[in-house]
Design a protein around this ligand. Structure first.
Ligand code: NCC
Length: 276
């Protein structure tokens, strides 16, 4: 089967997926007590249309990139999980418009999710590796990590900060597209936060730059820029289909190969601007 070109891949993502977040009036949600904490507006209403956006991966290889100024020049910046900006601004910038967090971060004691001021700037979006196309009621009863309990606790402490929960259908629709466009059979684990976040920004912004998700020549086995932990699987994948999602992003890249090699920088045109 012939490979789809980058533009066609982007169109496939645009046409088959949607940034759906949980909303309180949704089906089985009207019976659970935490649903009243869900935002009334959806994410795109909250943010309005954005022009240029940056997605900042947490890879160790962003160290010594000096990309901070360039990253902060975007209208909106997306970061992941516990990725800090304090002390790292030269390389990663300091603006945080959105933070995409997995449910493990919300649940684990190490992250101090409820108290750490890191999480209080910008809009939060959380996701959980729910079972493949499980219905919402099944997921509410048995999330991978206690995302709903933590969501409620956090919202009670920070009632004014917008905080969304991604509908698990989003990650599985994306997984389907990754599998359909990959020769090998891949494990049925959700895409990484990096891929989910890139998709999120493609649906909100006209132009998206993704930094150090495709490794630059600074590639290293240092897992994160903010901690001393070495594991090459952080970049190439173990649980997440990282290698395969990154291959798709490489194919979709509308910037130059040199931008990837020198800066780890990918350029993608947002869904709104595509002529499919
Ligand atoms: O590591 P993590 O992601 O928080 O990184 C965010 C995103 O940056 C990209 N990345 C990161 C490191 C690296 N060397 N190369 C990269 O390309 C990836 O796209 C990644 O998604 C996650 O996806 O949510 C993940 O979360 C961690 C962990 O849960 C959090 O950091 C909190 O501690 C996962 N690690 C473990 O479960 C041990 C990781 O697999 C994926």
């Amino acid at each position: 089967r012939a490979q789809l070109a980058g533009h066609e891949l982007l169109c496939m993502l645009k046409e088959r997926t949607n940034v759906e977040t949980l909303q309180s009036h949704q089906g089985p949600l009207d019976v659970v007590d935490w649903a009243k904490y869900l935002p009334v507006q959806n994410l795109s209403e909250e943010l309005g249309p954005l022009k240029n956006c940056a997605v900042v991966s947490s890879a160790g290889s962003i160290q010594r990139s000096s990309l901070g100024k360039e990253i902060d020049s975007h209208d909106a910046v997306l970061r992941f999980n516990g990725a800090p900006v304090l002390r790292y601004a030269d390389d990663v910038g300091k603006k945080t418009t959105l933070r995409l967090i997995n449910s493990q971060v919300m649940a684990s004691e190490n992250h101090k999710f409820l108290d750490n001021p890191l999480y209080t700037s910008g809009i939060l979006v959380a996701w959980d590796p729910a079972p493949y196309y499980a219905n919402l009621s099944e997921w509410f009863k048995k999330p991978d990590y206690p995302i709903f309990k933590r969501y409620k606790e956090y919202r009670q402490r920070h009632p004014n900060q917008p905080f969304y929960i991604l509908h698990p259908q989003v990650q599985w629709r994306l997984w389907d597209i990754i599998q359909e466009n990959t020769e090998e059979r891949i494990q049925r684990n959700p895409p990484s936060s990096g891929f989910l976040g890139t998709f999120l920004m493609l649906s909100l912004c006209d132009l998206v730059h993704v930094y150090e998700y495709l490794p630059s020549r600074r590639q290293t086995d240092l897992c994160h820029y903010y901690e001393k932990f070495h594991d090459a699987a952080c970049t190439l994948g173990a649980y997440h289909p990282l290698l395969f999602e990154k291959n798709l992003v490489k194919r979709m890249n509308q910037g130059s190969d040199l931008d990837i090699i020198l800066h780890g920088k990918v350029t993608l045109h947002g869904f709104r601007t595509l002529n499919c």
